[in-house]
Ligand binder design. Structure first.
Ligand code: HEM
Length: 478
């Protein structure tokens, strides 16, 4: 019986073992198939060179070179700047994935030696890591300086400084004016008065020169950030020494400001810390809007005339233009919006992935830098008719806004790290532009035509004109 049973069990055991082995083999194959078919690809990449990766493809005007590359490789492409992977985002849908859907994953900023040296080891809001410190300083800054209420309360500063600019223009008419310089001074003076209690431009070129060097250094990138073993270059080419010098001078300046505040017992040292961003993020962007708006108006006499008509109808000649008058100036707002679409002062806002994530079917690894091509998105023919034309009318009856809700227009970014200075910047720009076109008619030096106006863009993280904008003001007489 037992023998019989054994003889029955033996083939059964062999059969079971065989089934088991087949199953294992099958499971293995299924698993392998699953793994291979589920292996998420990385975004398309143009071929790269050893050591420098794709850095050579950036050219002098990166947002334009990246636009050309994305036309071959798509709205999500992976480049390598030296050893650093950089995801370049070139469509509104892809930007939505980064700045809205996966905002938390991309809530950090890449490190930069220049920011580290100039901004007290990332103590400013714009480059601070996404931690409690960032949350606190951003809310202090918004509460004290940038909320709607606070921005409204600084109205008299904007009106006074605009008046000073208009009277300077009046004095120099009909000579050729450097408008770029005037716009820089206006925005710096407003920012200094609001954040530091007084302006410093009346101390002559020393302060303005320091601010210029400071913002230029922040605009530039350091080779060592992308190719670490080449970081010695900044010692040889003088960049490190310059960073040290400017950081020291800026530190002395801030010390002086704090001392002045303490003497007046009006502000605490902590309060002054939040003020750095007024220079780092605020002034090097706001004036750029005025610069390009006037450039486009000089190139498009039809738009200039239409804007002047609107402003001059609301505020008659000889009357004083105030912020109350801006409410009805819809064309003015459309002109500024159109300027922000074509010339976003920060063309390539930067983020960094804090963890692995899948975007648009592609795998993005933690620590990948992200560049959102806001400049290209604003010129996307799928989103805008005749995208290269300056036509403020497109925004007259449009709901599209620039506050970060409509990803097709993101000059101020979007999501958690959106710019908190939108109201501040727009308030300065609107009153300044309205006054400039209200009080003067404008021509180009030597009677040049608008079509001949040089449109070359500067290079760097912000996008001013390469060459200063010069024009002639003729006081409006009838
Ligand atoms: C037209 C003028 C301005 C433009 C176009 C602009 C643009 C931007 C952009 C694109 C960002 C990055 C947003 C993102 O990553 O999503 C940013 C961040 C920032 N901006 Fe502005 N900005 C302007 C004016 C200002 C002003 C006037 C201030 C302050 C007075 C300011 C303060 C900041 C700060 C503190 C951040 C960092 C926010 C963060 O990282 O959480 N900006 N800005």
């Amino acid at each position: 019986m037992l023998e019989n049973e054994t003889s029955f069990l033996q083939p059964l055991a062999i059969t079971l073992l065989a089934i088991f082995l087949i199953l294992i083999n099958k499971t293995d194959t299924i698993l392998l198939h699953y793994i291979t078919s589920n292996k998420t690809p990385t975004p398309p990449s143009p071929p790269k060179l050893p050591i420098i990766g794709n850095l050579h493809q950036l050219g002098l005007i990166p947002h334009r070179s990246l636009q050309a590359l994305s036309q071959c490789h798509g709205p999500l492409m992976l480049l390598h700047f030296g050893s650093v992977p950089v995801l370049v985002v070139s469509s509104a849908e892809a930007a939505r994935e980064i700045m809205k859907t996966h905002d938390l994953t991309f809530s950090d900023r890449p490190k930069s030696t220049n920011f580290e040296k100039l901004l007290y080891n990332y103590k400013d809001i714009a480059s601070a890591p996404y931690v409690e410190y960032w949350r606190q300083v951003k809310s202090i800054c918004v509460l004290n300086l940038l909320s709607n209420k606070r921005v409204r309360s600084f109205r008299f500063v904007r009106e006074e400084e605009t008046k000073t600019m208009i009277s300077d223009i009046m004095k120099s008419s009909p000579s050729v004016l450097n408008l770029s310089e005037m716009f820089v001074r206006l925005t710096n003076d407003v920012a200094c008065r609001v954040a530091l209690g007084r302006k410093y431009s009346d101390e002559g070129m020393k302060f303005e020169g320091l601010l210029r060097e400071f913002t230029e250094l922040l605009r530039n990138t350091n080779t060592g950030d992308y190719i670490p073993w080449l970081s010695w270059m900044s010692r040889v080419n003088g960049l490190e020494a310059k960073l040290g010098k400017v950081a020291k001078q800026f530190d002395n300046f801030i010390d002086r400001v704090i001392q002045e505040h303490m003497n007046c017992s009006s502000k605490s040292g902590d309060d002054d810390q939040k003020d750095f961003d007024m220079f780092a993020a605020g002034t090097d962007t706001t004036y750029i809007v005025l610069e390009w708006a006037m450039t486009e108006l000089l190139r498009h006499p039809r738009v200039m005339k239409k804007l002047q008509n609107e402003v001059r109808e609301i505020v008659r000649k000889g009357e004083h233009l105030t912020e109350d008058d801006l409410i009805g100036m819809h064309y003015l707002k459309a002109v500024i919006k159109e300027t922000l679409r074509l010339h976003p002062p920060v063309p390539l806002p930067l983020r960094i992935a804090v963890q692995d994530v899948e975007i648009g079917g592609y795998k993005i690894k933690a620590k990948t830098h992200v560049m959102i091509n806001a400049w290209q998105i604003g010129r996307d023919p799928k989103l805008y008719e005749k995208p290269e034309e300056f036509e403020p009318e497109r925004f007259l009856n449009s709901e599209i806004d620039y506050k970060g809700n409509d990803l097709q227009l993101i000059p101020f970014g979007a999501g958690r790290r959106v710019c908190p200075g939108i109201q501040f910047a727009m308030a300065v720009n609107e009153i300044a532009l309205a006054n400039i076109v209200h009080k003067f008619d404008w021509t180009l030096p030597g009677g040049a035509s608008g079509e001949d106006l040089d449109m070359t863009e500067s290079t760097g993280t912000t996008l001013p004109r390469k060459n200063a904008l010069r024009a002639v003001a003729i006081p409006f007489s009838c």
